[in-house]
Design a protein around this ligand. Structure first.
Ligand SMILES: Nc1ncnc2c1ncn2[C@@H]1O[C@H](COP(=O)(O)OP(=O)(O)OP(=O)(O)O)[C@@H](O)[C@H]1O
Ligand SMILES: [Mg+2]
Length: 167
C-alpha cells in the first residue's frame, strides 16, 4: 500500500500568524481603524471582539468617519438598534452590535445575508455561530492593566501584512 510522504500532506498554505499590535491610546485605535477602512471593499466583514469597553465601537466610529469623509459623522453604538447602516462613497457599511442577540431565530431577522454583500463591522461576532462570514478580518481587543489596548488581528492572509507597519 502506498503511503503519502509526510510533506505531501501539507497542501494547505501555512496559516499566517495573527498580527499583534499595541494600541497605547484611543488615537492608535482610530489610526488602525482608518488603515483597515482603506482596505475594505463590498463583501468584506470585520469581526470586532473583546470585553465591554474594549474599544470595538470606538474602532468602528473612526473607520466609518474616515470612509464617509466626515469627521463629525454621528456613529452611535448599535447596542439597542442592533444595526446602523451608512452610505459611504465606497459602498454601504452595516455596523452591528450583537451583544443582546441570542444565537438562533434572532439572527435570521437581522438581514445578515444581504448585509454580507456590503461591508459589515460586527461587534460580539461570537453570537453568529455558523453564520459567521468566511474570509473576515477578525480583531480582538484586550485591555491592559495600564488602560492601553492590544489588538490581535487574524484572517485576511493577503492584506494582513499591509496592516503591520504603523502608517
Ligand atoms: N487604545 C486605547 N487606549 C485607551 N483607551 C481606548 C483605546 N481604544 C479605545 N479606548 C477607549 O475605550 C472606550 C471604549 O469604548 P467602546 O464603546 O468603543 O467599547 P466597546 O468595545 O464597543 O464596548 P461594548 O462591548 O460595550 O460595545 C472608549 O472610552 C475609548 O476612548
Ligand atoms: Mg460597542
Amino acid at each position: 500500500m502506498d503511503v503519502a510522504p509526510p510533506d505531501a500532506l501539507e497542501l494547505e498554505p501555512p496559516e499566517l500568524e495573527p498580527l499583534e499590535l499595541e494600541l497605547p491610546s484611543l488615537d492608535a485605535t482610530e489610526a488602525l481603524a482608518r488603515r483597515v477602512g482603506q482596505l475594505l471593499h463590498p463583501g468584506d466583514s470585520v469581526l470586532l471582539s473583546g470585553p465591554l469597553g474594549a474599544g470595538k465601537t470606538a474602532f468602528a466610529r473612526a473607520l466609518l468617519r474616515d470612509m464617509a469623509g466626515d469627521p463629525a459623522l454621528e456613529v452611535p453604538s448599535p447596542s439597542f438598534t442592533l444595526v446602523q447602516s451608512y452610505e459611504t462613497p465606497r459602498g454601504v457599511v452595516h455596523h452591528y452590535d450583537l451583544w443582546r442577540v441570542e444565537p438562533g431565530p434572532d439572527l435570521r431577522e437581522l438581514g445578515l445575508d444581504d448585509a454580507f454583500r456590503d461591508i459589515t463591522l460586527i461587534e460580539w461576532p461570537d453570537r453568529l455561530g455558523f453564520h459567521a462570514p468566511a474570509g473576515a478580518l477578525a480583531i480582538t481587543f484586550t485591555p491592559s492593566p495600564d488602560g492601553s489596548r492590544r489588538a490581535l488581528l487574524s484572517g485576511w492572509p493577503d492584506r494582513l501584512p499591509q496592516l503591520m507597519d504603523p502608517a
